[in-house]
Design a protein around this ligand. Sequence first.
Ligand SMILES: Nc1nc2c(c(=O)[nH]1)N[C@H]1C(S)=C(S)[C@@H](COP(=O)(O)OP(=O)(O)OC[C@H]3O[C@@H](n4cnc5c(N)ncnc54)[C@H](O)[C@@H]3O)O[C@H]1N2
Ligand code: MOO
Length: 397
Amino acid sequence: MIPVAEARARIVAALAPTGPENIGLDAALGRVLAADVAARRTQPPVAVSAMDGWAVRSADGAGPLRAIGESAAGRGFAGAVAPGETVRIFTGAPVPAGADAVAIQEDARHEGDLVHLADVPGPGRFVRPAGLDFATGDLLYSAPRRLGVRDIGLLAAADVPRIDVHRRPRIAVLATGDELVPPGLPRGPAQIVDAARPALLAFIEARGATAVDLGIARDDAADIATRAGRAAGADLLVTLGGASVGDHDLIARVLAGDGATLDFWKIAMRPGKPLMFGRHGDTPLLGLPGNPVSAFVCSLLFLGPAIERLSGLPGAAPRLAEVRLASPLGANDKREDYVRATLAPGADGIPLAQPAPVQDSSQLRTLALADALIQRPVLAPALPAGALVPAILLDQI
Ligand SMILES: Nc1nc2c(c(=O)[nH]1)N[C@H]1C(S)=C(S)[C@@H](COP(=O)(O)OP(=O)(O)OC[C@H]3O[C@@H](n4cnc5c(N)ncnc54)[C@H](O)[C@@H]3O)O[C@H]1N2
Ligand code: MOO
């Protein structure tokens, strides 16, 4: 059994980022930049007003000033403002030559051609200078970076309609087990519903990769090998189940006979001990345990970073937050433990974590209703209620 951090490091080190592709901004959300991006324009392109009011020369004082025209957004005033003059101006409109400030209309009285100011703006007041946000050639982003909603806005503003991003990783998923039947189909009395594969497919899509569903293989060497063969060309093959040592746990044996090599098999973690990693032909292979909670926790701790790495990012461990135990926890053994817990608001702002009383790795309900996974390091001592512990928050997952 190797430690969790070492397993993750070995997985990430064995994977290389996918190559670049050029895509439109409309498809950019969640994608990872493969090249730096510079602004292709200056924003704002000229000095513009931040308010509706009057463009003035601040040195003119309260006036009265003579109104000589109008500057609207997208349609500036062609002339210049001479001493004693003003131009009606609106938010986003170019500040005319000669003017150096804007008086907001609430502070101005307009009678015929004459404008009186109740409050005289200082130089630059309510003027957005050219390039306030960015200028042509400014480096906006260094690759790699996963693009969020705000990034789409900035790229659009910078007139960058297309970008180079890493190709979406293609992750092939193969479930195994004679007992598995997809949801909604007829089942024999000892059969169960395949729950881990739909969850895994959803996890992959949620992480910005493309899931390639290879279905459910029977506990049969030929079926497993045939289906695994269809993963050729994928960036990663993820198997589900059959990872342990039982007579019907065939993944390691079948794939080894089919040209797979294993880098490691079994990690010091609960749930998720029988995790395996290696290669099947040219395709990296991640073997997840079949217990659905184990499969999810392994996805979170290893597949997530693997997808990140394939996407061009570093492949970091999930972030840990601090929570406070609502009840005591026993001492831990040699396996790093991830304990399902619900969270309640704590008096001091630190959430109070209540571990589920039973932590069996078959129980999807306690997983779905959990708010956090408390991390228990190897050989952690027993802890009383009130102790602070690290946890992965599940609210975004
Ligand atoms: N003698 C030992 N037995 C087991 C060990 C061990 O070290 N020695 N490890 C245990 C641990 S820990 C785990 S985790 C499981 C992992 O086993 P497998 O990866 O071989 O998974 P299966 O045997 O195929 O299935 C385990 C369990 O999960 C159910 N399952 C499988 N796939 C799905 C699915 N897609 N959806 C829902 N449920 C699924 C399956 O029916 C089994 O109940 O091994 C322990 N045994
Ligand atoms: O690791 Mo298994 O995942 O303990 O049930």
